[in-house]
Design a protein around this ligand. Structure first.
Ligand SMILES: *[C@@H]1O[C@H](CO)[C@@H](O)[C@H](O)[C@H]1NC(C)=O
Ligand SMILES: *[C@@H]1O[C@H](CO)[C@@H](O)[C@H](O)[C@H]1NC(C)=O
Length: 533
């Protein structure tokens, strides 16, 4: 199977590719609060093999989030005259291989070099090329590594709020070796955002255990943490308890905490999937994957009313909550479910701030795609929402205290105007996917051309290689393959694993050309390439 996947050396095949696309020939448009968003064309695809390993010999899963190092972007031409974009990007793996239980994976960040050559007419060979440059292991403020294990306690660091943490014996991989028990910060990382658009200035990572927001320096050391409002803190037996009910590998348990669900706060594994710095760098935004437990979060038919938070980080050491809005997630029908279990919420997996009122958001269904029982996804989209007319509730105590609900049982409080949510770019369109790799597809055969289940990363590249003044941007999206491979490596390459599903998923990536409305300018303050100084 692997050999069929084309040498990376043989680049863009599609002869006459550019000719087939004209400016009037767009795929989709949406008007959102009076402004037009255009999906012009899918233009690129690429992947890295699911059994590829990082600088520490561990299996790579690169797609929980991705962020462009803006000064690095360069545009050149290939020998055949195509445009060639190259840049450094930072990719975020999830909490480690966890399909059979959470592990002592040490959370990290990958630094990649990517090149892509947009081909609106399609490309048989991958026209996004990925080269791993570095792997940065994250540490706590004292320099100790973090862990992917489910949380069961907290740690204290001077100047920090209580930080969720996990206790384990020995090396956490089954070797006791005389080692005492350890407590490490537990992290389930879901979004990465480069400070000032540059990896060298460090990065914010949003997490879904806490759910917290953490800032790390460029070497991966935690230098700051933001604890969310009380309404998001998971409460069990009347007190904070940060478990996501994600039992450990080989524990033989179905639940590792009682009660399994919190009675208030973020639902298990539904924390800050989305995080984004504002174009000015003044604000940090975080978006909950779906509703809190008290807002109907325990059921997919009632968990659509999620919350967006805005922190003013002008004085980086004293972040201030200055905004909170309700975002109504899209609903879709799952043909495998009974009518009473439809329609369901398409939870979100990534946020990208286009301005201080407009955002891109990646919302999708789950359990459909490569490696799943069903291959056809019903909702996988880069959408947009606008908060300019929504109610800011950050200072309303009744919504933000423990148990504070904005949508009890999934019914929105009448005093709240939510964001305007607009469906935009449908990733699942086979008419676009089929142009690539001899037939990338949604639905149909379980082969390597089938899209993975999870798509969780968004990065934007201005097509003009500078400020994006013409509104044209390339949107890179990445999939999280959950480290699913039959030839995996963990614990710094010391141990092999085989995912019991028997599947081998790749780290897939796609790029689309879009045109954004004139009232946004995401690269105005931190432009790319030569324009960045
Ligand atoms: C694209 O540009 C990069 C960096 O300049 C270069 O290494 C790569 O070979 C180029 N790719 C093509 C297809 O020309
Ligand atoms: C909550 O209380 C129950 C009943 O006393 C107990 O079994 C459970 O372990 C407690 N959970 C936590 C997280 O303390």
């Amino acid at each position: 199977m692997a050999f069929a996947k084309l040498a990376l050396g043989s680049l863009v095949a599609a002869a006459g590719a550019l000719a087939s696309s004209s400016s009037t020939d767009v795929v989709q448009t949406t008007v959102c609060n009076g402004q037009t968003f255009t999906y012009d064309s899918m233009v690129a695809w690429g992947f890295i093999h699911g059994r590829a390993v990082d600088n520490y010999g561990d299996t790579i899963s690169f797609g929980s989030s991705v962020s462009l190092d803006r000064p690095s972007l360069k545009i050149t031409h290939t020998t055949s005259g195509l445009l060639n974009y190259s840049a450094t990007v930072y990719n975020l793996p999830d909490r480690g291989w966890n399909t059979m239980g959470t592990t002592n994976f040490e959370p990290r960040v990958y630094k990649y070099h990517i090149d892509f050559q947009p081909a609106p007419g399609g490309s048989f060979s991958p026209n996004i090329q990925w080269t791993l440059e570095d792997t940065i292991i994250l540490t706590d403020p004292f320099g100790n590594p973090l862990t992917g294990f489910d949380c069961d306690t907290t740690l204290e660091f001077p100047g920090f709020p209580d930080i969720p943490a996990a206790t384990f014996e020995g090396d956490g991989w089954g070797e006791m070796g005389g080692m005492a028990s350890s407590v490490r910060v537990c992290l389930d990382p879901e979004s990465i955002n480069l400070v000032n658009g540059k990896g060298e200035d460090g990065f914010w990572i949003t997490d879904e255990y806490g759910p917290y927001m953490y800032r790390f320096n460029s070497r991966g050391m935690m230098v700051q943490a933001i604890r969310p409002v009380d309404a998001l803190i998971p409460i069990r037996n009347g007190t904070q308890q940060f478990s996501a009910d994600a039992p450990r590998l080989n524990s033989g348990e179905d639940d590792d905490v009682i009660p399994a669900n919190p009675t208030s706060g973020r639902n298990n594994n539904q924390g800050f999937e989305g995080g984004s710095l504002s174009p000015t760098g003044k604000y940090l935004y975080s978006l909950l994957q779906s509703a809190t437990i008290q807002d109907g979060g325990s059921d997919k038919t009632t968990n659509r009313y999620t919350r967006l938070f805005r922190y003013d980080i002008t004085n980086v050491n004293f972040p201030k909550l200055v905004g909170e809005w309700v975002v109504p997630l899209p609903m879709y029908n799952d043909p495998t479910k009974k009518p009473k279990n439809n329609p369901r919420t398409a939870a979100q997996s990534e946020l990208y701030a286009l301005s201080d009122t407009r955002f891109l958001v990646l919302s999708r269904d789950s359990s459909f795609g490569h490696g799943q029982d069903e291959s056809a996804s019903n909702y996988r989209q880069v959408d947009t929402f606008d908060i300019s007319k929504a109610t800011n509730i950050y200072n309303v105590e009744k919504y933000n205290k423990i148990g504070g609900a904005v949508a009890p049982d999934g019914k929105l409080d009448g005093a709240i105007t939510p964001a305007i949510y607009c469906p935009f770019l449908n990733v699942n369109l086979n008419s676009q996917l089929n142009k690539f790799a001899g037939g990338l597809h949604n639905g149909g055969a379980q082969d390597w051309r089938l899209l993975n289940e999870k798509w969780e990363g968004i990065a934007l590249f201005p097509a003009d290689g500078a400020y994006g003044a013409d509104g044209r941007f390339y949107v890179l999206i990445t999939s999280d393959d959950d480290f699913i491979t039959t030839q995996g490596h963990v614990n710094f390459g010391r141990r092999k694993y085989r995912d019991t599903s028997g599947f081998n998923l790749d780290n897939q990536a796609l790029i689309f050309l879009i045109t954004l409305p004139q009232d946004v300018n995401p690269f105005k303050y931190y432009p790319v390439g030569a324009a960045a100084k």
